[in-house]
Write a protein that binds this ligand. Structure first.
Ligand code: UDP
Ligand code: MN
Length: 440
C-alpha cells in the first residue's frame, strides 16, 4: 500500500569521486540508519555540564554553562589535576584553529563547492532568515473532496494515496483569476490533493473563496501579504511570505503524512508529475522546462543517482534548482523544526533545502531519471489593468455590459469609468456607433 509516511531508506553507495564529502557525511548517514536525524540547521553550541561544588556540598547541582572553564572552589584531587592540564593546553589551540577555519570561509579562501556546509554559511549575512512568524488569515477552507470522479474513477478509489499539499503563492493582478482558473483545471484531474492557495494580499478576497469552492478540490485559502519593508525592494522576494505562511499552516496542523510541492500559479503541470512526486520518501527532484538561459534546470543523474545540477545561474547555490523542481515528504520535513524559506530573492530554494538538512545522496530523481519535463516555468505577460470609458448610466440591466464590467472589476481585470481611459468602441457591421445607439 503506498504511503508517504517517511520510511528510512537503505544507505546509498558512496560516490568514488566524492570521498571528501562522504567522510563528512558519515556521521549523518549512520544516524539516518538508526532513524535518528541529525538536525544540522542552526546548530546550537554544545552545552557543557559543569559540576559546581557549592558550599552546601550538594554535588548533584548541575548548572549548564556554555563551555566556560571549570569553576573550582575546593582543592582539586590529584587524579583530576592530571587531566585538567592537557585540557587547558588544548582549549587555546582549538580556539586558534576555529578562528582560522572561520576566517578562511568568510574570505572565500580554500572553499570549493564540495566544501560548502549544510548550514547557512554563505548566506548568514542576511537579516531575513528569521523564524516563520507570518501574518496569516485563513479566509476559507474545505477538507471535503467535492469531485465524484477523478480521472475516470470515483474519488473514493484513491483513499489510500498520500495527500499532495500543493502550495500556490499568488497575488492580485489582472492575470490572477485566469491563472488560478487554468491551474485549477489541471488540479481537478489530480486525486488526493489539498490546494493551499496563499494570496499575497492584506485581506481575504471573497471572489476567490467562491471560485475555489466551485472547483470542489479540497483547499485552504489564506491571505498572507508580503511585509511592507520588502514591497519596494528590487528584486522583491516574490511569493515568499505566502509560501512561508503555508509552511506555518502545515506545521500548525502537525502534518507528518503526505507530500509538499510548491506550485506557482503561472506554471504548466503535466499530470504525470503528480504520480511521480506522490511517492516521495524524503526529497524528490526533476527537471523544470523554460528556466533561464538553458530553458531547463534540473539534476544531473548517473546510474540512477543525482550527482550534480544543470542550471545557468549557480551563484554559489548548493541546490541550484527551481521551486517547481522538487517535492518533500512531510514526515521527513517534520524532523527539521527550523524549516525556513528566507526573504532572499534567488536563494529561496537553496536555503529552504538547506534548512531540511538535505544531502545529495538522499535525492530521489523522478521523471524517468530526470529525462522528462513534467513541469514548465511558463510566464504570463503581466500588464496593467485598463480603464475603459463607458458611462455608468449605460451599465445597468438593459444590456450585459453592466454585469460584465462588475465582474471584471471584482477580478481586477478591467475597470469602466465615466471620464477616464479610451472610449470603449461598440460596433455593428464594422462600424462604431455612439454608446447611446445600442445602450439607451
Ligand atoms: N507572487 C506573489 N507576490 C508577488 C509576486 C509573485 O505571491 O509580489 C507569486 C506568483 O503568483 C507566483 C510566484 O509568486 O506564484 C512566483 O512569482 P512569479 O511567477 O512572478 O515569478 P517567476 O518565478 O516566474 O519569476
Ligand atoms: Mn512564474
Amino acid at each position: 500500500m503506498p504511503s508517504a509516511h517517511y520510511l528510512p531508506l537503505d544507505p546509498q553507495a558512496s560516490d568514488a569521486d566524492d570521498l571528501e564529502e562522504e567522510e563528512g557525511q558519515q556521521e549523518h548517514r549512520t544516524s539516518m540508519n538508526n532513524n535518528q536525524y541529525n538536525i544540522r540547521y542552526h546548530p546550537q553550541p554544545a552545552v557543557d555540564y559543569d559540576v559546581v561544588v557549592d558550599d552546601d556540598d550538594n554535588d548533584d547541582d548541575r548548572t549548564p554553562t556554555m563551555g566556560k572553564a571549570p569553576r573550582l572552589s575546593r582543592s582539586i584531587p590529584s587524579r583530576r589535576r592530571c587531566w585538567i592540564m592537557p585540557i587547558m593546553l588544548l582549549v587555546p589551540f582549538c580556539i586558534v584553529f576555529l578562528y582560522f577555519m572561520l576566517s578562511s570561509q568568510t574570505l572565500g579562501l580554500g572553499t570549493s563547492l564540495e566544501d560548502v556546509d549544510d548550514d547557512y554559511e554563505p548566506h548568514n549575512d542576511s537579516p531575513n532568515t528569521h523564524a516563520l512568524n507570518e501574518t496569516l488569515h485563513i479566509c476559507s477552507e474545505s477538507h471535503e473532496d467535492g469531485r465524484l470522479y477523478v480521472q475516470d474513477k470515483p474519488s473514493s478509489a484513491y483513499a489510500q494515496l498520500p495527500v499532495i499539499y500543493f502550495v500556490t503563492p499568488t497575488y492580485p493582478r489582472r492575470e490572477q483569476i485566469p491563472e488560478l482558473t487554468r491551474l485549477a483545471h489541471s488540479l481537478l484531474h489530480v486525486p488526493r490533493l489539498h490546494w493551499l492557495v496563499a494570496n499575497d494580499h492584506e485581506r481575504c478576497d471573497t471572489y476567490m473563496d467562491i471560485l475555489l469552492n466551485r472547483f470542489g478540490i479540497p483547499f485552504t485559502h489564506m491571505a498572507s501579504p508580503m511585509p511592507h519593508k520588502f514591497r519596494n525592494s528590487k528584486p522583491a522576494p516574490r511569493g515568499v511570505a505566502n509560501r512561508r505562511a503555508a509552511l506555518q499552516w502545515i506545521r500548525q496542523h502537525n502534518l507528518t503524512n503526505g507530500v509538499l510541492y510548491f506550485g506557482d500559479d503561472d506554471n504548466t503541470y503535466d499530470l504525470r508529475l503528480f504520480t511521480e512526486i506522490r511517492q516521495t520518501q524524503r526529497v524528490s527532484m526533476f527537471p523544470v522546462g523554460l528556466i533561464a538561459d538553458y530553458a531547463v534546470s534540473g539534476p544531473v543523474v548517473r546510474d540512477g543517482k543525482v550527482v550534480a545540477f544543470l542550471d545557468s545561474w549557480v551563484a554559489a547555490r548548493r541546490w541550484p534548482v527551481d521551486m517547481a523542481g522538487f517535492a518533500v515528504n512531510l514526515g521527513y520535513m517534520s524532523l527539521y523544526p527550523n524549516v525556513n524559506m528566507p526573504y532572499k530573492p534567488g536563494y529561496e530554494e537553496d536555503l529552504f533545502l538547506r534548512s531540511i538538512g538535505l544531502h545529495i545522496d538522499q535525492i530521489e530523481p523522478r521523471g524517468n531519471n530526470c529525462t522528462e519535463i513534467l513541469v514548465w516555468h511558463t510566464q504570463t505577460k503581466n500588464k496593467k489593468s485598463p480603464v475603459v470609458r463607458l458611462e455608468k448610466k449605460y451599465l445597468d440591466g438593459r444590456s450585459n455590459l453592466g454585469a460584465l464590467f462588475r465582474s471584471l472589476k471584482v477580478m481586477g481585470v478591467a475597470f469602466a469609468s465615466d471620464t477616464e481611459g479610451p472610449l470603449a468602441t461598440i460596433s455593428k457591421n464594422g462600424k462604431g456607433k455612439p454608446h447611446s445607439y445600442f445602450l439607451s
